[in-house]
Every structure is written in C-alpha cells, then in structure tokens.
Design a protein around this ligand. Structure first.
Ligand SMILES: [Fe+2]
Ligand SMILES: [Fe+2]
Length: 251
C-alpha cells in the first residue's frame, strides 16, 4: 500500500482506539460473551471454520475477522429478536444458524452479485452439514438478502428465516462503524494500487454512503443500536479528515 496511505491507516487506528464504544456492547455484554463462547466451542462451527478459513482469508477486507464478528453479533441480534417474539427455547439452535450464516455470507465476495452467489454456494456446502432442510433454507435466504442498497429482496420461507436474514444484515452493517476504519478499509486497499490522492477523492462519497446506510437497519435491535455504530464511524471519519489536512497537508 502507498506510503501516505500507510500513514493515514496508522492515524485511523489511533482514532478508533480512542473512540467511544457503541452501547450495543455495554447493553448486551453477557449475551455477546455467550455467543463468542458458542462460536469457539461448537463442533459444527469449528468444522465450518476449518473448511472455509482459507477461502475466507484475503477476501477484499471481508475475510475471517469480518465473518467472525458478523457471525457472533448476528447470533446476539437473532436471539434478542426471537425472544422478543416469544420464541427461543434452545439458544444453541439460534447461535448455530446465525454463526453459520455469518461465516458464509461473504464467501463469494470477489464475485459479482456476491450475495446471490454466496447463497448458492452455502446451499450446496450445507447439504452435507445440516440435516434439517429448514436450516439450509434460512441460511441461504439470509445470505441472498444481505447486500445493502440492492433492490433484490427474496421472500422469506418462514418467520425464523426472515428474522435471521434481518439479523445478519444488521450485524454486517454494524461493521460500517468503527470497524470500517480499523480494519475493512485497509484490508480492501491492500489489494489495490490506489494512491492517497485517489483515496481522498472518494472520501466524501464514502462518508455519504455511511449516512445512507443508517436508515437501512432492519430489526428493532438494529434500528436501536445500528445508527450509533454509524455515527461513531462518521465521527472517526471526520477526525481522520482533520488530521489528514493538518498533519499531512493533503487537500
Ligand atoms: Fe457482503
Ligand atoms: Fe459482510
């Protein structure tokens, strides 16, 4: 990556480390711990991680680290939403399908229409993994519908699938907050030869899409906590722009 971009990345990581924590992490600390714990101990999830780790890595900033965070937090949102609707007798079942969807959602990230293609991939991969066909339908549906600013919205096969889909979407878009500036942006740029000047010319557009994503959260949990993730991301983006102007003299 360009030397100046390396400097900008260092500044961004510093700013993120000093930024406020989204209240989702404070309000659901215990449930997040439970979800993380399931993610590291469950045999099925361990198998999926092993099978797909290599494919997920180097996935244009949407590699294993991204998939893990999406999985763990989708599990939390899914459980909260199912409980609100009066369900959830077995927490493990909900963690299991949300984590699977999170791990697989960007598996075709390098391809055009990655959400639809990812759903097809997930369906064939999961044939030998899940015995219950409903789980495969739910995961494939959620993956097909996870893309932002996209007209395609497949009808959910049942209530559980629709809640899973919305939970996956919201967890994926939580990543457009601080994570965007600590990881995603830089991992994406690593695979390009974009110059600092080109990066700066797209800066305002980038911040504008953050503003747009704020209105797209789908679950009640996402609507409550998502905009704060994005606001923190926008604050980080503004502080970064200030430092770029003042310390690097760009613009
Ligand atoms: Fe995606
Ligand atoms: Fe993603």
């Amino acid at each position: 990556m360009d030397q100046v971009l390396e400097e900008i990345k260092k500044m961004a990581i510093e700013i993120v480390s000093e930024a406020r924590l989204p209240s989702f992490y404070l309000d659901y600390n215990e449930l997040i711990k439970q979800s993380r714990e399931f993610f590291s101990r469950d045999e099925l999830i361990i198998k999926i991680k092993k099978d797909l780790f290599q494919t997920l890595e180097n996935n244009f900033g949407h590699g294993y680290g991204h998939a893990k965070k999406v999985a763990v937090e989708a599990g939390v949102i899914f459980l909260i939403e199912i409980k609100k609707a009066g369900g959830a007798e077995n927490d493990d079942h909900y963690f299991s399908i949300a984590h699977t969807a999170g791990l697989l959602h960007d598996i075709c990230r390098k391809e055009k229409n990655h959400a639809k293609k990812g759903a097809v991939y997930a369906r064939s991969y999961l044939e030998g993994i899940f015995t219950d066909e409903n789980n495969i339908d739910s995961v494939a549906h959620a993956i097909a519908n996870h893309e932002a600013f996209c007209d395609f919205y497949e009808k959910a096969p049942n209530f559980e699938a629709s809640v899973l889909s919305d939970s996956l979407y919201d967890s994926d878009k939580f990543r457009w907050g601080p994570d965007n500036f600590s990881h995603m942006l830089w991992a994406m740029l690593e695979h390009t030869d974009i110059s600092a000047a080109q990066f700066m010319s797209g800066y305002e557009r980038g911040i504008n899409s953050l503003k747009k994503i704020k209105k797209t959260f789908r679950t009640s949990t996402g609507k409550k906590y998502g905009p704060e993730f994005i606001d923190i991301g926008i604050e980080i983006g503004s502080s970064l722009l200030y430092r770029i102007k003042n310390e690097l003299g760009i613009l």
